[in-house]
Design a protein around this ligand. Sequence first.
Ligand code: PLP
Length: 385
Amino acid sequence: MSTAPNQPAAPLAPATVAVTAGRPPRAQGGHVNPSIPMNSTYVSRGVVTSDELSYARGDNDAWHAFEAALGELEGGTGVLFSSGMAAIAASFALVPDGGTLVLPRHAYQAGLVLARQVAERHGVTLRYVDIADTDAVVAALDGADLLLAESPTNPMLEVADLPAVLGAARAAGVPSVVDNTFATPLGQRPLDHGADVVLHSVTKYLAGHSDVVLGAVVTRDADLLARFRDHRTLHGAIAGAFEAWLALRGLRTLALRFERAQANAAELARRLAEHPDVAEVRHPSLPGDPGHERARAQMTGFGAILGVRPAARPGTSAAERADAVVDAVRLWLPATSLGGVESMLERRRRWGTETTTVPEDLLRLSVGIEDVEDLWADLDRALRA
Ligand SMILES: *Cc1c(COP(=O)(O)O)cnc(C)c1O
């Protein structure tokens, strides 16, 4: 039985790639979806070539469909990891002992905590930058060994000038890693802006249903690809077969989910900015937001995470005021994490490890795909309570 190619030759739009990439071949009676292969080892004898399976920690066909799909979306080769943090750890391992790492002062907090440990244990110098301050980032690249960028940043939603900072890193010979968790490959493709590596917490938008923890990197660089795979194998930072399958299943609806979440987020940002019980709203969709013009120039949409600070109340501390809003919502889920179909919020500084320049009363809202009027009614009531 002949098998037709899975895809037409013309380049497909990202929303189509999310649905089609990583499908099994079109054989008569063949599977529409990849199966879940459960194997710790594969039949092998003698010398094993790099494209042959031998032991499941080194390479595993359970990962291939998701890696192919994410790789196609970002424009490189995907490497699936057990979590976003495992992918961050593998990235930091690119910095030699005694080397220098440039990183955003506001970024995913566990990544920053790990950077401090790496600095202590491996004599690595950390150069913190405001990732939105292009001149500061460029100045910090001198003699550095790695640039970690995040845009928009978690949880402050600062927007980097990605073409400028990634171009400068490339010119300076400094490898760059961009955490693209907030924007997703549908919002921006950092490799096209000059990044060497794109990193994801697959846990978030890509899987999208708050039911798995996974991570990934994507790169076009053969040497970096080999180093990430080697790190994954030797540190055992590998995904389970079912989790990989769930992530691909989630990815199939990414375009729809993200479109709806972004539309909801922009509408809520607009309304919250005029709310009497709100002191500040951070979201690049707002014309007054510092990242607005940059996001318009380099992103498709503005993402679906909001930063909201409730207006102060006399006799109540900033933290108490924000906690009261979290306690008052009934539809929004009080939980950490983001990028799921369900809307969530939390006060970031409740974590002792969150950066202290993040305001005590900053609520991070991950806007989901529910009806926007229901989301608004719940938030409005909680803010007024
Ligand atoms: C959650 C998150 C991570 C860490 O990913 P895990 O899958 O939780 O390990 C990294 N970066 C960003 C921006 C995140 O939001």
